[in-house]
Design a protein around this ligand. Sequence first.
Ligand code: OFO
Length: 168
Amino acid sequence: MISDKIRDILNGQINKEFYSAYLYLSMSAYFSEIGLYGFAHWAKVQSKEEIDHGLILYNYILGRKSQIHLTQISAPVFELNSPVEVFEQIYNHERSITSAIDSVANQSEGECDLATRNFIDWYLKEQVEEETEVSRIISKLKAFGSEKSALYLIDRELGKREYSAAVY
Ligand code: OFO
């Protein structure tokens, strides 16, 4: 049985994951509007993965015989800037999600809820992968993104991203 405190933290994390899905989906729309369809595809795939992240938490809470409390998802906020600036905002967002996951890990440990502490390791690993991937894209954009032909190639590369359902 998980405590009320951990239940609330995990429900809060579902909201953050679904907010992330909204954020990436609105970024995808922005990239489509400016003709960067590969970037748009990449962001849409990420949006789907974020929904998976929320659903994994959802299934975990139900599996532990606790309660789901879904709350309002805020409208996504980001600056409609150059691709590199949008990706810098993505990086900052993912860092804030990493801090939230760190907090779930610390609090579940503090509550002696070792099953949740173990469960959340999957998210810690996922955050490292996401931060790494986004920072690589930022580096590429900083190195070559000011050249239109290079931006075109980066767009093509991001357009090849494949969606595979995140599985816990
Ligand atoms: Fe769910 O990993 Fe990004 O936010």
